[in-house]
Design a protein around this ligand. Structure first.
Ligand SMILES: *Cc1c(COP(=O)(O)O)cnc(C)c1O
Length: 454
């Protein structure tokens, strides 16, 4: 289909300048209004650039002809048009629930480019996945036993693997660290007897041809990520040696490249990680293994922002406070664990021009009815006034897809944009949730059900 062809990206306008242009145009077009005082914006060219950087980073390190599937972690941006855009850029999808699988299917991601990874797959989910032929990574021995039964009863085209927990340790954010000694994910590698169990599990199951690890997300340093991948690689070599043949043919190295939330610099880059892996584990890329990656945050974060109107400016105890429409409903992690998820805030005036002038420490508050609903505390910004706007930067991953319905606030609209010499063009990614939809998801259809219960 013509609309799925990769299009050349104009390289001349940098990300930050495109962002300013998009904010200006979004306000000029009335995308921010009383009815929709907060919206999400996604930089389409930026997403294409990120996908291209990922492809190029691995193309540079793998032996020619090595199959590489970059599957995008859907939870980072669970939006069908985004999945479709990434598919057009040659990516697949990593899904972890029936809903995420349905989104990938709605975006026409083919089954052979879809990877199912969740830790709590039901029997029905597994049966459906194997029938579709999507890749399935078993999380634990109980799940593997379930798959035994399914594989025995119906043929499948699925690539099937086991997720291991290399137990190499955690990063700076506990909740994002999946390779600690006691993490809930995967089959442990270093517990007593675990390694032998894994080698036997593969020897007993000739159809088990993949091995999966994901060492963690934001906060896990690159050397630790590489150590996790090395552990998976070495186990694959051991399994193949024990089997006396190349049984494991696919290594899924997970995602987790951290994002720099302090500036517009993309660091670390995909290239840094790919080169580190090549230096640390040369055999990984020599063509004997098909590779799967599962990046999420690093593909989308820097390509999105939340734009919100400042409704009021006030002060309390000498502290200026900008009361905006961007709070916990769009920035859950930032509001509840601000020390782990700080965000940059950009200040714009009513027309969307970047605000200048001496900076003053102020709180940037959200609209929700609890005192902790702040997206920035004592942040040095040009003084914000009613009618100005704030942009929460680097929010393209995990912010639009993880809303919090506190105070029955709607999920905001998300618009994609492109910029060129003629201006900025917008396309709808998702419309804002409407008031009738909020009533409906809140039991509106069952209004009298409790009073009628006798
Ligand atoms: C969340 C997740 C990813 C993506 O992690 P990022 O930090 O967004 O790159 C990849 N694989 C698995 C199994 C995950 O749970």
């Amino acid at each position: 289909m013509p609309d799925d062809e990769p299009v050349p990206v104009p390289q001349n306008v940098p990300l930050a300048a495109r962002r300013d242009l998009a904010v200006r145009a979004a306000l000029a077009e009335g995308l921010v209004s009383d009815a929709e005082p907060v919206v999400g914006l996604l930089d389409v060219a930026g997403i294409r650039e990120s996908a291209a950087a990922l492809r190029a980073a691995f193309d540079e390190v793998v032996a020619p002809g090595t199959p590489v599937l970059h599957s995008f972690a859907v939870k980072a941006a669970a939006l069908v048009p985004v999945l479709r855009l990434l598919a057009a850029e040659g990516l697949g999808a990593e899904v972890a629930s029936p809903g995420e699988l349905e989104l990938a299917r709605a975006a026409d991601v083919p089954p052979e480019r879809t990877v199912l990874d969740s830790p709590a797959k039901t029997a029905a989910e597994l049966r459906g996945a194997l029938a579709l032929g999507i890749t399935v990574n078993a999380d634990n021995p109980g799940e593997l036993a379930r798959i035994d039964g399914l594989v025995g009863s119906a043929p499948t085209r699925s690539v099937i693997g086991v997720r291991i927990n290399p137990q190499v340790g955690g990063g700076s954010i506990g909740a994002m660290s999946t390779a600690t000694a006691t993490s809930k994910f995967g089959v442990t590698l270093q517990d007593e007897g675990a390694r032998d169990w894994l080698v036997r599990a593969y020897a007993d199951r000739p159809w088990l041809t993949a091995l999966h690890t994901h060492t963690g997300s934001q906060g896990v340093p690159l050397p630790l990520m590489a150590a996790g991948v090395r552990a998976a690689y070495e186990l694959a070599e051991e399994i193949n040696a024990a089997a006396g043949r190349r049984q494991v043919t696919t290594l899924d190295i997970g995602g987790g490249l951290p994002v720099n939330f302090d500036s517009d610099e993309v660091t670390p880059a995909f290239q840094d990680y790919a080169r580190l892996l090549r230096a640390e584990i040369p055999g990984l890329f020599d063509g004997r293994y098909a590779l799967v990656t599962e990046f999420g945050r690093s593909l989308l974060a820097k390509n999105g922002l939340v734009l919100a109107r400042v409704e009021y400016a006030k002060s309390a105890g000498g502290r200026p406070i900008a009361v905006t429409h961007a709070g916990v409903q769009v920035a859950v992690r930032t509001v509840f664990t601000p020390e782990s998820w700080p965000l940059r805030v950009a200040a714009y005036d009513a027309q969307g021009r970047p605000k200048t002038g001496p900076r003053v420490a102020q709180d940037v508050a959200g609209p929700c009815c609890f005192a902790g609903d702040l997206v920035a505390r004592a942040r040095e910004l040009p003084p914000l006034a009613a009618g100005d706007h704030v942009a929460l930067l680097d929010t393209g991953a995990y912010y639009f897809s993880n809303p919090f319905s506190y105070n029955s606030l709607p999920r905001p609209a998300v618009h994609g944009f492109t910029t060129d010499a003629t201006g900025v063009r917008f396309a709808t990614v998702r419309t804002a949730q409407t008031l009738p939809e909020i009533v409906q998801e809140s039991g509106g259809a069952h209004s009298a059900s409790l009073t009628a219960l006798t």
